[in-house]
Design a binder for this molecule. Structure first.
Ligand SMILES: O=P(O)(O)O[C@H]1[C@H](O)[C@@H](O)[C@H](O)[C@@H](O)[C@@H]1O
Ligand SMILES: [Mg+2]
Ligand SMILES: [Mg+2]
Length: 280
């Protein structure tokens, strides 16, 4: 049976690769840095340019489709996930890395229909790694199949997480409390690439056993969530419930055992949801 979304996925891969070229070229220039929700929540003209390039290219081929783009939402667009075919775009995941030329920067494009992610594309621009997944058809890196780690013992595991962009003392206290709890399980190590999307691709690649974070947005995780699940991984909320793409909370792991063990250590809190009307 023909895959109705394959053409869209092929377009997403091409758009991500072209966007990655823009990112790499921009690394050679001075990057004008602006801020959003806090003095450490960075954005550049390249983030905005790349998002518009992707959106315009999609609109030409799929004029009825909808968009949730990180920088469009920052500029006032709504952030509501409907049943309509929707492109969920993070033009640069790892903007802080991009500003500092720290070499983990991704373009993340998720695509949902009926609120279910149908494909995910994460292009790690500086590694030249194209991670892709189509629902029910596996996950790949540059065309090679991906499989999560088979490690079932968390004490033999590496866990990825990020400190995020909030510097609210209460939120930071809870982030560090969770980090301490996880580290002292004990685990072999804690790592962070500086980008949710690449952290999730590391889970899908079997390089780390799990990634968790509170404070991310739907555009950070939509593509990566399918790449993890199609690589055999498990997704859930930090309270052990089902993953809610708009909740700003995620655990992505190689197995339910590891995911649930991490949930036990997380000092969970709930930032304002992505689709909360008064979120701006
Ligand atoms: O780089 P962006 O797209 O802003 O996303 C990152 C976010 O800014 C950080 O706060 C999170 O910790 C990362 O996981 C996101 O990738
Ligand atoms: Mg991001
Ligand atoms: Mg971004």
């Amino acid at each position: 049976m023909a895959d109705v979304w394959q053409t869209a996925m092929d377009h997403a891969v091409g758009a991500a690769r072209r966007a990655g070229q823009v990112v790499r070229e921009a690394l050679q220039d001075d990057r004008k840095v602006m801020t959003k929700s806090s003095s450490v929540d960075l954005v550049t003209q390249t983030d905005q340019k790349v998002e518009q390039l992707i959106i315009q290219s999609v609109k030409e081929k799929f004029p009825t489709h909808r968009f949730i783009g990180e920088e469009s939402v920052a500029a006032g667009e709504s952030c509501v996930l409907t049943d309509a075919p929707t492109w969920i775009i993070d033009p640069i995941d790892g903007t802080t890395n991009f500003v500092h030329a720290f070499p983990f920067v991704a373009v993340s494009i998720g695509f949902s229909v009926n609120k279910q992610v149908e494909f995910g594309v994460v292009f790690s621009c500086l590694e030249d790694k194209m991670f892709t997944a189509r629902r029910g058809k596996g996950a790949f890196c540059n065309g090679e199949p991906l499989q999560v780690s088979d490690q079932e013992d968390i004490k033999q595991s590496i866990i990825a997480t990020e400190f995020g962009s909030s510097r609210d003392p209460d939120a930071v206290d809870r982030i560090f409390s969770s980090l301490r709890n996880v580290l002292c399980i004990p685990v072999h190590g804690v790592r962070g690439a500086g980008t949710a999307a690449i952290n999730m691709c590391l889970v899908a690649s079997g390089c780390v056993e799990a990634y968790y974070e509170i404070g991310i947005h739907v555009w950070d995780i939509a593509a990566g969530s399918l790449i993890v699940s199609e690589a055999g991984g498990v997704l859930m909320d930090v309270d052990g419930g089902p993953l809610d793409l708009m909740s700003r909370r995620i655990v992505a792991a190689n197995s339910r055992t590891i995911a649930e063990r991490i949930v036990r250590e997380i000092d969970a809190f709930g930032p304002p949801r992505d689709d909360e009307p008064l979120r701006r």
